[in-house]
Design a protein around this ligand. Structure first.
Ligand code: NAD
Length: 454
C-alpha cells in the first residue's frame, strides 16, 4: 500500500482483525506459506534491490537476509500448533475445585518499523512472529533503502492478505503519522535516537514496544587462541555488509602484544576475502548514503590506520579498515561505528577490558576469542550484553532457540523462534471455578462476625 494514508491503512487492518480474520491457525499458516513463496519466488528481485541499495552481493543477500527469514518461517510452521495451544497450570489447593490455563491471544494490529541495513530480514523477520501469533501487521521499511522498500511494498501486496498485512513507505514524517495511530504493539529496529521518539509516542497510548537497537559491541581477544583463525572470523563479522550490521564487532580490546599481531593477520584475512583492492570485489558492500560516508570519513581523521583507510566518496566506498591503538576518548569510541572501521584499543589485561566494557552502555553483543574457560566464565559473569558470541561474531542470530535482543541501551524485548510468537502474543490468564461447592464462602465478609464466631 504505497503512499497510502497511514490512518486508512491502520483502520483497514483493524477491521480485518476485528472481523476475526487473522485468528484461525489455518489463516496464519497460509500467510506464512505465502511469505515463504514470496521469498523464494522473488528472491532474485530482492537480491537486485539489495544490490542497488547497499551493493550487497547475491550470496550475502541469501545468507544474511532471505535465508534467515525462510528459516524463521519454516521453524514457525513446524511449531505453530504447539505454540498456539492453551497451557494448563496447577491451581493452589486453597482454590480447589478449579482449573487454570494460559490462553495465547494475538495483540491486534501491530506496527513494525525497520532500518536500512538488513532491510529484508529486519522487516520480514518480525512479520513471521506477528503473523504466527495471529496479528494484523503494518510494515514500515526504511526510506534509506528505497529499492528494497518499493519491492517489499509490491511483493507484500501481491502475496499476502491485504485485509491484514500492509506496507507503508516513507520516512520520518510517515512514521510520525503512523505513531500517532493507536496500535497494539510497536516493534522498532533502529538507533537509540529514533527509539526515544518511538517510545515517547508509544507512551501516549500505553502501547507496548519491542526496541531492537544497537551500540558498541566489544571484542576481547587474547593470546590463547589461533589468532589467524580468529582474525578471519572477526573480519567476516565486521566487514560483512561493509560493517553496517547491528551485531558487528564494533571495537577490539587487546593487549599491545596481541594487537600488533592482530593487525597483520587482519590485513591478510581482508585480502583473502576481498582481494588486494576490495573496491573491485563483488563481495564487498557500499555505505548506504553520502551522509554516512562523511560521518565515517570524519571518524578516520587523525587516526593511525593499520589496514585500509581508503575513502571514495563518489562510489560511497570505504575500504575495510583497522585502526590500531585507538584511545578511549577518541571520536571512534563515542558512537556505534556502523561502518567498516575496526578500532583496536590497547588494555593491560582482561581486568582492564572488563572495566572498559562495564563503564559503557550495555552492548547488543560481546565477542570473546580465547581458549581459556576461565576467561569465558569471567566475561559471562562480570559483564552484561544482549548476547555473547564465543569464537564467532553475529552467528547467534541464526539459532532460533536463542532470544535476539538487547539489554539497557541496546534494546528491550527479544524475538526469533518461539520468542517472536511470544512478543506478539498476550498470555491471557483464565481461571474456571464451579459455583458449587462454594468454597469461596470461606473468605466472604463480614470478617468480624466470623472472627467473633470462632
Ligand atoms: P534509524 O533509527 O535512523 O531509523 C529506523 C527507522 O526509523 C526507519 O524506518 C526510519 O524511517 C524511522 N525514522 C527515522 N527518523 C525518524 C523520526 N524522526 N521519527 C520517526 N521515525 C523515524 O536507524 P537506521 O539508521 O535505519 O539503522 C541503524 C541503527 O539500527 C543502528 O543503530 C543499528 O545498530 C540499529 N540496528 C539494530 C538492529 C537490531 O536488530 N538490534 C538491527 C539493525 C540495525
Amino acid at each position: 500500500m504505497t503512499a497510502a494514508d497511514p490512518s486508512d491503512v491502520v483502520a483497514t487492518l483493524r477491521a480485518g482483525f476485528d472481523a476475526g480474520l487473522t485468528k484461525p491457525l489455518s489463516w496464519r499458516r497460509a500467510q506464512l506459506r505465502a511469505l515463504r513463496r514470496l521469498l523464494v519466488e522473488s528472491g532474485h528481485d530482492l537480491e537486485q534491490a539489495l544490490a542497488l541499495d547497499l551493493g550487497k552481493s547475491a550470496a550475502e543477500a541469501q545468507v544474511s537476509e532471505i535465508g534467515v527469514v525462510v528459516a524463521e518461517v519454516d521453524h514457525a510452521l513446524r511449531h505453530l500448533r504447539r505454540w498456539a495451544r492453551s497451557v494448563p497450570v496447577p491451581v493452589p489447593v486453597t482454590l480447589a475445585p478449579a482449573s487454570a490455563r494460559v490462553v495465547p491471544e494475538p495483540l491486534g494490529v501491530v506496527l513494525v518499523i525497520g532500518p536500512w541495513n538488513y532491510p529484508v530480514q529486519l522487516i520480514l523477520g518480525p512479520l513471521v512472529g506477528a503473523l504466527a501469533a495471529g496479528n494484523a501487521v503494518v510494515l514500515k521499511p526504511s526510506e534509506l533503502a528505497p529499492e528494497t522498500s518499493a519491492i517489499l511494498a509490491r511483493l507484500v501486496s501481491r502475496h499476502l492478505d491485504p485485509r491484514a498485512v500492509a506496507v507503508v513507505e516513507g520516512g520520518a514524517e510517515t512514521t510520525t503519522a503512523l505513531l500517532g495511530r493507536r496500535v497494539d504493539h510497536i516493534f522498532f529496529t533502529g538507533g537509540g535516537a529514533v527509539a526515544r521518539i518511538v517510545a515517547r509516542a508509544a507512551a501516549e497510548n500505553l502501547t507496548p514496544t519491542t526496541l531492537e537497537l544497537g551500540g558498541k559491541s566489544p571484542v576481547w581477544i587474547d593470546d590463547t587462541v589461533d589468532i589467524e583463525q580468529a582474525a578471519r572470523r572477526l573480519a567476516w563479522g565486521k566487514f560483512m555488509n561493509a560493517g553496517q550490521t547491528c551485531v558487528a564487532p564494533d571495537y577490539v580490546l587487546a593487549t599491545p602484544a596481541v594487537a600488533s599481531r592482530l593487525t597483520g593477520v587482519l590485513a591478510r584475512a581482508v585480502e583473502s576475502f576481498y582481494g588486494v583492492d576490495p573496491s573491485t570485489s563483488a563481495d564487498y558492500g557500499r555505505i548506504v548514503a553520502d551522509r554516512h560516508v562523511e560521518r565515517l570519513a570524519g571518524l578516520l581523521e587523525g587516526q593511525r590506520v593499520s589496514v585500509g583507510g581508503t575513502v571514495d566518496r563518489a562510489a560511497r566506498y570505504i575500504a575495510p579498515t583497522v585502526v590500531d591503538g585507538t584511545r578511549l576518548d577518541s571520536a571512534l569510541m563515542e558512537e556505534e561505528i556502523f561502518g567498516p572501521i575496526l578500532p583496536i584499543v590497547h588494555v593491560q589485561d582482561l581486568d582492564e577490558a572488563i572495566r572498559v566494557i562495564r563503564s559503557r552502555e550495555k552492548p547488543l553483543a560481546l565477542y570473546v576469542f580465547s581458549s581459556s574457560r576461565e576467561v569465558e566464565r569471567r566475561i559471562l559473569r562480570e559483564t552484561s550484553s544482549g548476547a555473547v558470541g564465543i569464537g564467532v561474531p553475529s552467528a547467534h542470530l541464526l539459532v532460533p532457540g536463542l532470544p535476539f535482543g538487547g539489554v539497557g541501551a541496546s534494546g528491550s524485548g527479544a524475538y526469533h523462534g518461539k520468542r517472536s510468537f511470544d512478543t506478539f502474543t498476550h498470555e491471557k490468564a483464565v481461571l474456571r471455578k464451579p459455583l458449587s461447592p462454594d468454597t469461596v464462602a470461606l473468605v466472604y465478609p463480614p470478617f468480624t462476625a466470623r472472627r467473633e464466631g470462632f
